[in-house]
Design a protein around this ligand. Structure first.
Ligand SMILES: C[S@@+](CC[C@H](N)C(=O)[O-])C[C@H]1O[C@@H](n2cnc3c(N)ncnc32)[C@H](O)[C@@H]1O
Length: 228
């Protein structure tokens, strides 16, 4: 069963700032190893980008900002204009992200998805990475409602998929590589907090679909057309 009561060290407002900043810094490597965003960019996001006008993307719960940075780099390399707004509820994450070298078209901001809904904002693409497992069932429903309001095209939430093999694989193959941060401990707790594919399918409102990605990932998608 999902252990959503487990707290992650990085969510503690009083946690060690040095370790937290190392956690944000190491997210880039972890995500490169396990998250598969290059594949998601090529298969799901890039087909929605227009070459003839600027495109917009919102990344929710951006942490240290490595995923929106990668998306900005890939889109620029492919010749697209992509304006990215990356938001996080935690001021410490935004401070870390803003302290990194600036990327053209990428803007970080402390906000929740509901703040942008109230402002009437809309984006061609909405993404998140490792956000869903942070949420309770009712928070997840609220987030998905916000995403429907914010989306003018496609929403892709990518998250861990809970399974004993994912837990073992992370404990043996990934956690020992990261020292001086919360990656190991929080990663294992995140897997225990995350949804199985069946749980996510059950929670997905009409219009949303769940796809799996190797290794041990769930993609919760809204707005995909037949060509996807
Ligand atoms: C595990 S981190 C993932 C960070 C980043 N997306 C990555 O994969 O490296 C989850 C982030 O989501 C943020 N978060 C959690 N709930 C949020 C919400 N409702 N709105 C915005 N950010 C949220 C947390 O502050 C945290 O920085």
């Amino acid at each position: 069963m999902r252990e959503s009561h487990l707290a992650e060290r990085m969510d503690d407002p009083h946690c060690d700032l040095g370790e937290l900043n190392r956690t944000y810094a190491q997210f880039g490597t972890v995500n490169g190893l396990v998250a598969g965003w290059r594949r998601v960019y090529r298969q799901d996001l890039r087909p929605h980008l227009s070459a003839s006008r600027p495109n917009t993307l919102l990344d929710i719960g951006c942490g240290g900002g490595d995923v929106p940075r990668a998306l900005a780099r890939w889109a620029a390399r492919d010749g697209f204009t992509l304006r990215i707004t990356a938001i996080d509820a935690d001021a410490r994450a935004i401070a870390f992200a803003q302290a990194q070298p600036p990327v053209s078209g990428l803007h970080f901001r402390r906000a929740m998805s509901g703040d942008l809904v109230r402002e009437g904002q809309r984006f061609d693409l909405v993404t998140s990475n490792h956000l869903l497992h942070h949420l309770t069932g009712s928070e997840l429903r609220a987030l998905l409602g916000d995403c429907e309001a914010l989306s003018a095209g496609l929403v892709v939430h990518s998250d861990l998929q809970r399974s004993p093999l994912a837990y073992l694989g992370f404990r043996v193959g990934v956690a020992p590589l990261f020292r001086g941060s919360f990656i190991g401990e929080d990663g294992l707790r995140s897997i225990r907090r995350s949804f199985t594919t069946a749980e996510l399918r059950k929670l997905a409102p009409p219009g949303w679909t769940v796809r799996t990605l190797v290794p041990f990932r769930n993609l919760l998608i809204y707005g995909a057309s037949d060509r996807d």
